[in-house]
Design a protein around this ligand. Structure first.
Ligand SMILES: [Zn+2]
Length: 231
């Protein structure tokens, strides 16, 4: 059933490895058949090198397994929440790629600092609010809801990704492969922005008063550094 979609989802998951976006079994990609309202997603905890088309799990939008002998990714409820609320998308991707995860862990949106970012994301990439104690009861679904909440006034196709607070990035797109492309671009611009911010933080020009103090305490008629000449 839905062999074409399963193949698409398999190759999108393998693309995560090719793009260096995952290690071990971290990360997952899904795709949806909008007419049948069925989602194909990576099974939980299966190594990428062993992943086959028959392992891809089919679930309905309520999370019931329709086909497949393995358990679907534990992040499935997050994917479903995104499909239910972002009608324009047909692929979702989750990774713990390094620089995007750094921004998520410091709970800072990635500012749009240049054209590489602007070519793909219309403005900053938002970070979700932290979950409340109650929201941990339906953890993965709450993550999805926290992303949707952030996008109340944002078109998800204009900003095809978000940072989940303290956790990592979710991206999406019109196809499963496009959601992976957006994950790769997000990681690239997360790295660029990280080093831009770092340079800014450490490379500001010295205060003029501090410059004067250090230069003129060693040079000129009012210098006072060191010992007087007759000692
Ligand atoms: Zn995760």
């Amino acid at each position: 059933m839905l062999e074409k979609l399963k193949k698409e989802v398999l190759s999108a998951n393998l693309e995560l490895v090719k793009q260096n976006l995952v290690i071990f079994t971290w990360g997952n990609v899904s795709g949806i058949d909008r007419d049948k309202r069925i989602v194909a997603i990576k099974p939980s905890g299966v190594p990428y090198e062993k992943l086959q088309c028959k392992d891809i799990v089919l679930v309905d939008l309520e999370g019931h397994v329709i086909e497949g002998s393995l358990r679907p990714s534990s992040d499935t409820p997050t994917h479903l929440e995104l499909y239910k609320n972002f009608k324009e998308i047909s692929g979702v991707c989750h990774t713990h790629s390094k620089f995007a995860t750094i921004w998520a862990q410091i709970n800072k949106a990635i500012p749009c600092l240049g054209t590489t970012h602007a070519d793909y994301f219309y403005g900053e990439i938002p970070v979700t609010e932290k979950l409340s104690a109650k929201e941990f009861e339906n953890y993965e679904e709450s993550i999805g809801k926290s992303i949707v909440e952030k996008f109340k006034n944002i078109n998800p196709l204009n900003v095809p990704g978000a940072l989940v607070s303290d956790h990592g990035p979710f991206t999406w797109g019109e196809t499963p492969l496009k959601s992976v492309e957006n994950a790769a671009v997000l990681e690239y611009i997360a790295e660029l922005a990280f080093f831009c911010e770092l340079s800014k933080a450490q490379g500001q020009e010295i205060d003029i008063n501090l410059l004067d103090k250090h230069f003129f305490r060693k040079h000129g008629k009012d210098a006072y550094y060191g010992q007087s000449k007759n000692i």
